[in-house]
Design a protein around this ligand. Structure first.
Ligand code: SF4
Ligand code: SF4
Length: 396
């Protein structure tokens, strides 16, 4: 398959991966299974060779965000269906998937479930989906310090290595989030992992050059393949990118170029819901690399927006994969909208539509009883009840 998407070394795995890859999390935001199938096929037609998915990426783990209630869309199942129907993919596809297996038993059952949903089979010492050879990278989803230490104690890594030698997958990795720098460093230096998936973007470089240790460079130096997630800051950021771009002069392409010009990153995981966005990302990656000095200047320009972004919900939805509010408060959607309202108001944009949009929430923000149970599930350590109180004050 002909493609203009450049390849980069994927750490010490011996693989080369496309600089832009498909983050298949948002397939669950599409209206139906046919739309998901079409998007996957359109993306495969671009010739990228890495797709990032997870066992948890389905409409069940998306709470009441599903666009078509009752329609079940699983990223892994849709990928398995679409790839198995293709006969024209002439290089191995790198499939990255993730589970929450923190003990050997959980690891086995989550890996088996993902392999089944993706329709992966072993043949002559290789892995295939349909006629397409695949390289399976299996990640532990969202490691934190306690979990990681529990994994070491449970003997998970010895077991995972055995499963790898038995040919169930090729490379082991982990994903983690902002605020987890201690465990990320431990994991990188442990020698257990060959791949990591980390958030990094122009507005938050704390796991890169903005942190006390540049963990992205450390992972590179240790030979890990590095998948850059949230290069565009998460769904909530994309929704206010126009306002931010007005403020900083940095558009969508600038954000992509900032990340792709970081020499340590292997691939940017673009979590799109339409092919046009994906092609725009590929185009941005094809533009000349920014020099180190240009990156510093761009980053300085972005800082004018930082004070608006420190405490907004990014609508990343990771909380919803594991938690549901006992009072049925749709806090990510309320907070995401309130964040856009706040930024738009500060920057003098039109805010007239927000109050009527808010009226659709039932219960509204004031339905929160401030139990605080949601806070531990927020990837960005937001104080959710406190923010809901502000939203209720502004809208009710
Ligand atoms: S603090 Fe509010 S939003 Fe969070 S779980 Fe409790 S009631 Fe729900
Ligand atoms: S509350 Fe936190 S984890 Fe949930 S969507 Fe918002 S930023 Fe993401």
């Amino acid at each position: 398959m002909k493609t203009s998407v450049k390849r980069r070394p994927f750490g010490n795995t011996g693989l080369k991966v496309s600089e832009i890859s498909f983050g298949a999390m948002n397939l669950r935001m599409l209206p139906d299974n046919d739309s998901a199938n079409k998007l996957i096929n359109d993306i495969l037609d671009t010739g990228i060779n890495l797709i990032d998915t997870a066992r948890a990426y389905d409409t069940r783990g998306y709470g009441n965000y599903a666009i078509s209630p009752g329609v079940f869309i699983s990223s892994e199942i849709e990928l398995g269906k679409a790839i198995s129907a293709r006969t024209d993919i002439d290089e191995p596809l790198v499939i990255v998937t993730k589970g929450h297996g923190y003990t050997p038993q959980e690891f086995d059952s989550h890996l088996a479930e993902s392999r089944e949903r993706l329709q992966i089979r072993n043949e002559n010492g290789k892995l295939f989906i349909g006629k397409t050879e695949i390289i399976l990278v299996y990640l532990t989803h969202g490691i934190g310090l306690q979990r990681y230490e529990g994994m070491v104690r449970s003997g998970l890594f010895t077991h995972a290595n055995k499963m790898r030698e038995e040919g169930l997958y090729h490379f082991l990795g982990f994903s983690s989030h902002y605020g987890d720098s201690v465990v990320i460093q431990k994991a990188i230096e442990s020698g257990y992992y060959q791949v990591c998936e980390l958030p990094y973007n122009i507005y938050n470089i704390s796991l890169g050059e903005g942190g006390s240790t540049d963990l992205i460079k450390l992972a590179y130096d240790e030979g890990l393949g590095i998948i850059n997630m949230k290069a565009f800051g998460g769904g909530g950021m994309v929704a206010i990118s126009e306002q931010l771009s007005d403020l900083t002069g940095i558009g969508y392409a600038g954000m992509a170029r900032f990340c792709i010009s970081n020499p340590y990153i292997s691939t940017i995981d673009a979590g799109v819901t339409n092919i046009e966005e994906f092609l725009a990302d590929i185009h941005a990656a094809s533009l000349p690399r920014l020099s180190a000095q240009e990156r510093v200047e761009l980053r300085e320009r972005s800082l004018v927006a930082s004070r608006y972004l420190d405490s907004i919900c990014r609508e990343c939805m990771h909380c919803m994969e594991k938690f549901e509010c006992p009072q049925s408060v749709d806090f990510p959607r309320i907070l995401g909208m309130h964040g856009r309202y706040t930024v738009s108001k500060s920057l003098g944009f039109d805010i007239s539509g927000y109050k009527s949009e808010y009226e659709a929430f039932d219960p509204p923000a004031s339905g929160c009883i401030a139990c605080g149970e949601c806070n531990e599930w927020c990837e960005y350590q937001l104080d959710i009840p406190d923010m809901l109180e502000t939203a209720a004050h502004d809208f009710e």
